[in-house]
Write a protein that binds this ligand. Structure first.
Ligand code: NAP
Ligand code: GCO
Length: 267
């Protein structure tokens, strides 16, 4: 029986957070480490992985960094084999790695479309497919897919991203449906608008020093009247990674400051 103190603890668990070089992934990995998990992370190039590993170290976290692209199944397989030798099997997978391209749909090339869908949707498929067999053998596991407001809403210029994140919501539900009997919980975490490098273009100050129109828009659309920080996602991530969520499956937990509930502040 899990005691009250253990409901939100991750001691003895190995957590892989993809793309946790900076931004949301880094904050979530740090939070899982503080809850007791051993942290594994990956990125696409050796320099940024090593830089991140030193930053984790400076934060008191002995994180294990690996270089592989989540869309490259052979590289993922090789990476997980090395991780198993170095650290152990993955108990918690956070599919965080993702990109966005903001291009009007009729101007978007098929290559741009495919790159976004490949990383944001096929990547989580490849990663989840790779870790589930060992999770079954080990009596269960946790998969957390980083979804988005665009898992529920559309907006101009983000067609590929919205299609991918909408698909990621359904992949989440399908993994929960197909593997729940093996004590695998697969849930989504849906951030609102979070201040990271990915959204930096939407927050740039205008030449006259005024706020970016999209910045103003998001402030009006968020009851909390602020952008989220990556740290705002740590509590929800720890909950979805911990025993506390052992009977939560196929759910998308939105940590959006209330955006999805709100019509928006009158101008
Ligand atoms: P970010 O600052 O752009 O970081 C994305 C991370 O993913 C980077 O470390 C990047 O590494 C890595 N990455 C990209 N493609 C990869 C690949 N093919 N293989 C391995 N790593 C890869 O983004 P973020 O804002 O932290 O967002 C993280 C996740 O949250 C994404 O899935 C995003 O869609 C989602 N999200 C973000 C927000 C937001 O408002 N920021 C809101 C909702 C959801 P490189 O240096 O190699 O590019
Ligand atoms: C955008 C933003 C959003 C956020 C996030 C919102 O251009 O609208 O980048 O897509 O990244 O997904 O939840």
């Amino acid at each position: 029986m899990t005691t009250e103190n253990e409901l939100f603890r991750l001691d003895g668990k190995v957590a892989l957070v993809t793309g946790a070089i900076y931004g949301i992934g880094y904050a979530i990995a740090k939070g899982l480490a503080q809850a007791g998990a051993t942290i594994v992370f990956n990125g696409r190039n050796p320099e940024s992985v090593e830089k991140a590993r030193l930053e984790y170290q400076a934060d008191g976290i002995d994180a294990h960094g690996y270089v592989f692209d989540v869309t490259d199944e052979a590289a993922v397989t090789a990476g997980l084999t090395q991780i198993k030798q170095d650290v152990g099997e993955i108990d918690i997978l956070v599919n965080n790695a993702g990109i966005i391209k903001r291009i009007p749909m009729t101007e978007m090339t098929v290559e741009d479309w495919r790159e976004v869908v490949d990383i944001d949707l096929t990547g989580p498929f490849i990663m989840s497919k790779a870790v589930i067999p060992a999770m079954i053998d080990n009596g269960g596991g946790k998969i957390i897919n980083i979804c988005s407001m665009m898992s529920e809403l559309g907006r101009e210029t983000v067609s590929a991203y919205a299609a991918a994140k909408g698909g990621l919501k359904m992949l989440t539900r399908n993994i929960a449906s197909e593997y729940g009997e093996h004590n695998i919980q697969c849930n989504g975490l849906g951030p609102g608008y979070i201040a990271t490098p990915q959204t930096a273009p939407l927050r740039e100050r205008q030449e006259d020093g005024s706020r970016h129109p999209f910045d103003e828009f998001i402030i009006a659309k968020t009851p909390a009247a602020r952008w989220g920080s990556p740290e705002d996602l740590v509590g929800p991530a720890v909950f979805l990674a911990a025993p506390a969520s052992d009977f939560v499956n196929g759910h998308v937990l939105y940590a959006d400051g209330g955006i999805l509930a709100y019509i928006g502040r009158q101008p």
